[in-house]
Design a protein around this ligand. Structure first.
Ligand code: LLP
Length: 429
């Protein structure tokens, strides 16, 4: 068995004589029986612990951890984080609306990122009084000024600069190179700040970067911040003193169950040290936008085995969850550990774990060593709290899964399973 399941910072651990899998104080079997499958299960304890790791690591300066809502936008999770002092990074009107419902008192802790903001999104965010717009182009800045003038409300903005730093990650989630669609060329930024400083409706408030996601080494974060720091000092000499640096998100987690020996607390320390070293000359406020690191390891997708089928030499474990519930393996060849909820005796063998969707790409794992499982058994896909439910869909007209939040020994439904009427609600014949 994966030794990492025993580590204290992981909420999914084996318990009792037969070693059944628990989320904190609650057995996954109990949850599956009560709420059905596929089921997303999250540990509230882990989510708050991860937020606190960042808050502690940056305690030496004024800071705000702006959780990236896109990683998991469930209202109960947003509320939990807001209550513990988090700010938020949003990318759409929908994400703003979620916060208005779940955390109305935290709207002044919101930054608005995203490569294509519409006029109505900008207006709504100005009216609601968010902290800062992270602007991705000169034309977007013009649009922001126009909206601010109309509302007679000065807009605080940061330019999202593209630092041209390479971050080792999957190409679909790397963003910090000049060839990517994100941000403004860092060499052009000073000129744009200068022009904006003359506008009555724009306040040069900060500078932001985001170099990519699932980045496991601290070094590229430091490199990006060094470039930001140079620009900050240059602007300061010209009389433009920015109050905020937003270092973005992107710190990766260990999807391989701790085999790299990484302690999350140490990872956050390393990350903070790299950023702080590069920003030694900056005495303003630091924002960060972690998403994955806060919620990924807090969540598992629990699914029931429908069938175990042999085709020639291959064995397929067909689960009741599919790519519409968790698309990461199909989309990024992502690895998620898969473990039986109640282990049976017997030797592990190589299987493909797949869903019922009519696509060859509908798989969770290929040639994966798995302890024996039979139809009716439960298995858990670990580290599924980030970009799992948030990227789910109704493909194949499947109902999206339910979500449960575990708080110690308590558990509660935070999203009910969809029904047919939910699927048909928006359609017109
Ligand atoms: N800030 C900005 C501007 C972002 O674009 C993102 C993620 C984040 C923060 C949060 O990054 P994190 O700390 O979660 O790495 N669906 C992909 C990940 C896409 C990330 C997109 N941007 C996946 O499942 O791996």
């Amino acid at each position: 068995m994966n030794p990492d399941l025993k580590k204290s910072f992981r909420p999914f651990q084996r318990n009792g004589v037969r070693g059944a899998l628990y989320c904190d104080g609650v057995s996954l079997e109990t949850l599956a029986r009560k709420y059905g499958t596929p089921l997303y299960v999250y540990s509230a304890k882990q989510i708050t612990e991860r937020l606190e790791l960042f808050q502690r690591a940056f305690a030496g300066r004024e800071h705000l951890v702006c959780y990236a809502v896109k990683a998991n936008s469930s209202l109960a999770i947003l509320k939990l984080l807001a209550e513990r002092g988090a700010g938020f990074d949003i990318v759409s009107l929908g994400e703003l609306a979620r916060l208005v419902v779940a955390a109305p008192n935290a709207i002044d802790r919101v930054v608005f990122s995203g490569v294509g903001k519409t006029e109505s999104e900008i207006v709504a965010a100005l009216v609601d009084g968010i902290l800062q717009f992270n602007v991705e182009s000169e034309s977007e800045l013009e649009l922001l000024a126009k909206c601010a003038r109309r509302l007679k409300k000065k807009a605080r903005f940061a330019l999202r600069v593209n630092p041209d730093v390479f971050a080792e990650t999957h190409p679909y989630i790397s963003t910090g190179l000049r060839e990517h669609k994100f941000g403004i060329d860092i060499r052009k930024a000073a000129e744009i700040y200068r022009a904006a400083a003359r506008s009555k409706w724009l306040e040069p408030h900060g500078i932001s970067v985001h170099i990519g996601s699932q980045i496991r080494s601290a070094e590229p974060f430091g490199a990006a911040m060094e470039r930001v720091s140079k620009l900050l000092m240059q602007l300061k000499r010209e009389g433009i003193a920015l109050k905020v640096v937003d270092a973005g998100g992107g710190l990766g987690i260990d999807y391989h169950g701790g085999s790299e020996g990484a302690d999350p607390a140490a990872k956050v320390q390393e990350y903070a040290a790299a950023i702080e070293k590069a920003l030694a000359d900056f005495d303003g406020k630091l924002l960060i936008e972690p998403g994955r690191f806060i919620v990924a390891q807090a969540g598992a997708l629990v699914t029931r085995v429908l069938n175990v089928k042999k085709n020639g030499k291959k064995t397929f474990v067909i689960a009741d969850a599919a790519m519409n519930d968790l698309i990461r393996p199909a989309l990024y060849q992502a690895y998620h550990e898969i473990v039986p909820v109640k282990p049976r005796t017997g030797r592990a063998r190589a299987v493909d774990v797949v869903g019922p969707v009519c696509e060859t790409g509908d798989f969770f794992a290929r040639d994966r060593m798995l302890k024996p499982v039979e139809a009716g058994d439960l298995v858990a896909l670990l580290d599924a709290g980030a970009y799992g439910m948030a990227q789910s869909s109704n493909y194949n007209s499947r109902f999206r899964a339910a979500e449960v939040l575990v708080e110690g020994k308590q558990h509660r439904l935070i999203r009910r399973r969809e029904k047919m009427k939910d699927l048909l609600a928006t359609e017109i014949i």
